[in-house]
Write a protein that binds this ligand. Structure first.
Ligand code: APR
Length: 324
């Protein structure tokens, strides 16, 4: 029996069969990312945080939920980066969360410092990984991570649009009393306040919501979506949203690892698409094993293009402050 165990252990160290997903920042979002990732059995998870004991404790706790949920993924917690070596995907959630009254932009400089140092540590050990950024202000953080990493832009992606569209879908489904599964929503632009929803491409079972709801109702749902993060901060007081942000990041992880070629709105590097060059902004992309495999460009109406340009300008203003 002992010999068999030794043999098995040897085989396991030689052949890593499950993908490795590292999650940096073991706070609310990071721990939920780890939880959804193992619940979907997407691979083994390494959780990293600067606070001693937190990643170790959360990883062990989640591992002990494995027998109940029926997952065999391994979970490791660490205060260092060696365990992240050769990750397939690294989800970066490290940073400060918003407090009431704080905008995402208030976080800019503090989180830039944190994300910059995290990316440096990560890329040294995982040259081929795909980075998914979650830390806010999102669009600026993903631009920073891309610059710092030296990775091709298709392997550095920001999670924003999946969350914004999930919020919009929730509100549309509630308004029409239909399943959230019937609702798709199309959003472009920067994360949160400056996002650009496209109601004519947002549908319920294929029917544009512009045929189902009056314009003023749609506008109120759009406004609520754009303020969706702040609405939750106002309730929680000591932190910001984490279940939906984590679920959104994990949808991206799944699309990549399963090479689904799934079209999702993400912060991606634009090199002229939508009239924007050299900047990360939210657009629909095709996600597969190589990361962003295609940027889906649609023809915008005049007012939509103007809203997109305004949103991109707001992102550029933040990025310029970072002097990358
Ligand atoms: N390296 C690793 N972890 C770090 C570092 C660092 N340099 N600095 C901070 N952290 C950790 C904190 O110790 C904390 O555990 O990041 C974690 C952040 O967790 P929370 O404070 O719970 O914040 P959370 O709600 O998870 O949000 C994280 O995601 O949605 C965004 O706006 C949100 O930018 C915020 C991020």
């Amino acid at each position: 029996m002992a010999a068999l165990q030794v043999g098995k252990a040897e085989i396991l160290t030689e052949l890593r069969t499950r993908p490795k997903i590292s999650v940096i920042g073991a706070g609310n979002v990071g721990a939920s990312v780890a939880q959804y990732t193992v619940e979907k059995e997407l691979g083994d998870v390494v959780l990293v945080d600067v606070v001693e004991g937190i990643p170790q404790g959360k990883a062990l706790d989640l591992a002990q939920a494995g027998p109940v949920h029926g997952y065999d993924s391994s979970l490791t917690g660490s205060n260092g980066y060696d365990e992240t070596a050769d990750s397939d995907i690294v989800v970066i959630t490290a940073g400060l969360a918003r407090k009431p009254g704080m905008t995402r932009d208030d976080l800019l400089f503090k989180n830039a410092e944190i994300v910059g140092s995290v990316v440096e540590q990560v890329v040294k050990r995982s040259r081929n990984a795909i980075l998914i950024l979650v830390t806010n202000p999102l669009d600026a953080m993903v631009q920073l991570a891309w610059k710092k990493s030296g990775f091709p832009p298709e392997r550095v992606i920001g999670m924003a649009g999946v969350l914004d569209s999930a919020r919009f879908r929730t509100f549309i489904a509630r308004e029409l009393d239909v399943s959230v599964e019937n609702v798709t929503a199309f959003v472009l632009g920067g994360h949160g306040d400056s996002m650009v929803p496209l109601p004519r491409y947002s549908t319920v079972a294929g029917i544009p919501i512009t045929d189902l709801l009056p314009a003023d109702k749609i506008q109120s749902l759009v406004t609520r979506t754009a303020n969706g993060g702040a609405e939750i901060v106002a309730f929680l007081k000591s932190g910001s949203a984490y279940y939906a942000p984590a679920a959104s990041a994990v949808e991206m992880v799944e699309a990549i690892l399963k090479d689904k070629k799934k079209i999702l709105p993400c912060a991606a590097y634009l090199s002229g698409q939508y009239g924007t060059k050299g900047l990360y902004v939210g657009v629909p992309v095709k996600l597969g094993r190589r990361g962003v495999e295609q940027i889906i460009e649609i023809k915008l109406q005049k007012d939509e293009q103007a809203a997109f340009d305004k949103s991109a300008a707001a992102v550029r203003e933040l990025v310029d402050k970072l002097k990358l």
